[in-house]
Design a protein around this ligand. Structure first.
Ligand code: KIV
Ligand code: ZN
Length: 528
């Protein structure tokens, strides 16, 4: 089947929509724009920038991306309601190439229990939504949600209606990550048989990882004829996540001689995109994660090391540099000036000027004073961290910690509030980090508790920058944050404040206009 179609697989990135719906993640407009710019640099074909009806914040973020990011198609998600479609269009209409992506469930489980309607109504809603979207834009994608648990004959009826109304991409979601590769290809083959119009549209697949099969199922979809894959950086997304973009892309790139398909992705940008998403979302990449994990190209056993030293291909199927894991070059030293920093940042793809350059330079000097050399990875971590602090609600202004064997650890912090004022807090605790977290709670008046705490290092070596990731819980919701600093306690404080800021922003977004905030609206069902 694949041979009759183009050999190009479109990469539809949903990091900013499905990925951003992961528990604990909440990106603001500036962070989303930063990720979208990097996705464009990576060369994805479509960026699903968000779900504009869900909150004014989401609307503005999608609009900002549509107005700024050049290259990829910019898609906005919409249920079949007219207001959703209007909001999606309002947000994407200024893009070079806008798309509306509308969806409705076709499984009886969803139709009966969630939508509480009938199959007939679903067909009508799908038809009306696609027709409305097509009256606004040529590029319309339709998804029958929970397709893999739906009756294929009924789904075919809905898909045929969507194609008749002008949808040009039909996306088949394995919404709850339930299907298996052989079952999925058979399901898609049957869809092709039932809907003759499928041959004239792009088949897309959107697989979740609940059984760890998202990439395998997406690949089965490709072999069954899909020429668009929906995926997310680092595989983030609802519950167990979406198919991981980097894994799909490298599968097609590494086995191209056998598969004969290609993507437009610049694979050398993969590692960097992964790091950016991890830092901004606070979601740590597991060390053994395929392609972008810290150990993805590391060899521990003596036999493997010996083999690789003699000939890399003995134990490596990909070259680390092909995914952007370059040697971590030294770029700056203690005496480097503002101009050198700016140049180095530009080489790394960051445009920093004015006040941002002053802030970056101040942090660079603090680091350079404590570290002999500052590497590309250090700079990248620092700038991403600074970007977060700048736009986050709370900022670390100062901290002091007293800890010794003889006395209970205690901390004093000064925290900058979103309105520009400062507050102080003091507390003792079980250790220096715990004291700082408690002091921050006192200063901000937020009752948060720590759920997860991880410490890592940006680079190797004793003077490496520390990178801390936390997940906190406040008011029954979790929020994630990361912080980077030469000192682990400072990195911890930054990570904790970042997570508090995420929680704060969520609280502000809840109850927004356009149908209510995502969390606050009982009517609006989060998409899996
Ligand atoms: O998983 C899903 O079904 C979705 C749809 C909105 C495509 O995310
Ligand atoms: Zn999904």
């Amino acid at each position: 089947m694949a041979s009759e179609r183009s050999d190009r697989v479109l990469i539809f990135d949903t990091t900013l929509r499905d990925g951003e719906q992961s528990p604990g993640i909440s990106l603001n407009a500036a962070e989303k724009l930063e990720i979208a710019q990097q996705l464009a640099r990576l060369g994805v074909d479509v960026i699903e920038a968000g779900f504009p009806i869900t909150s004014p914040g989401d609307f503005e973020a999608v609009q900002g991306i549509a107005r700024t990011v050049e290259g990829p198609v910019i898609a906005g998600l919409a249920r079949t309601q007219a207001a959703d479609i209007d909001a999606a269009w309002g947000a994407v209409k200024d893009a070079e190439r806008p798309r509306i992506h509308t969806f409705i469930s076709t499984s009886d489980i969803h139709i009966v229990h969630q939508l509480q309607t009938t199959r007939e109504d679903v067909v009508g809603q799908a038809r009306a939504a696609v027709s409305q979207a097509r009256s606004l834009v040529d590029d319309v994608e339709f998804s029958p949600m929970d397709a893999t648990r739906s009756d294929v004959e009924f789904t075919a009826e809905v898909v045929a209606a969507a194609i008749e109304e002008g949808a040009s991409t039909i996306n088949i979601p394995d919404t709850v990550g339930y299907t298996m590769p052989n079952e999925f290809s058979a399901w898609l083959a049957r869809l092709y048989e039932l809907v003759p119009g499928m041959k004239d549209v792009v088949l897309s697949v959107h697989c979740h990882d609940d059984l760890g099969l998202a990439v395998a199922n997406s690949f089965a979809g490709i072999l069954a004829g899909a020429r668009q894959v929906e995926c997310a950086i680092n595989g983030i997304g609802e519950r167990a996540g979406n198919a991981s973009l980097e894994e799909i892309v490298m599968l097609l790139a590494t086995r191209t001689a056998d598969i004969g398909l290609r993507t437009g992705v610049n694979t050398r940008e993969l590692a960097r995109t992964s790091r950016l998403v991890s830092r901004l979302t606070g979601y740590v990449v597991q060390p053994n994660k395929a392609i972008v994990g810290r150990n993805a190209f590391a060899h521990e056993s003596g036999i493997h090391q010996d083999g690789v030293l003699k000939e890399r291909t003995t134990y490596e199927i990909m070259d680390a540099t092909s995914v952007g894991l370059e040697a971590n070059s030294i770029v700056l030293g203690k005496h480097s000036g503002r101009h050198a920093l700016r140049q180095a940042l530009e080489e790394l793809g960051f445009e920093v000027s004015g006040q941002s350059l002053n802030v970056a330079f101040k942090r660079f000097k603090e680091i350079a004073d404590r570290k002999k050399t500052v590497t590309a990875m250090d700079l990248e971590a620092l700038v991403t961290d600074e970007l977060r602090q700048e736009i986050a609600g709370y900022a670390l202004e100062s901290y002091e910690v007293h800890a010794s064997l003889a006395q209970e650890p205690s901390a004093r912090v000064t925290v900058g509030l979103p309105d520009g004022s400062s507050v102080h807090g003091e507390s003792s605790g079980d250790g220096p980090v715990d004291s700082v977290f408690r002091a921050i709670n006192r200063a901000t008046g937020v009752d948060a508790s720590l759920r997860e705490f991880r410490v890592g290092a940006v680079t190797e070596g004793q003077d490496a920058l520390g990178e801390v990731s936390v997940v906190i819980e406040t008011a029954g919701e979790s929020a994630a944050g990361q912080g980077v600093a030469p000192d682990i306690i400072e990195a911890s404080a930054r990570a904790y404040l970042r997570a508090l800021s995420v929680a704060l922003r969520r609280g502000e977004n809840a109850g927004g206009a356009l149908g209510g905030g995502r969390e606050a609206s009982a009517e609006l069902t989060r998409t899996p």
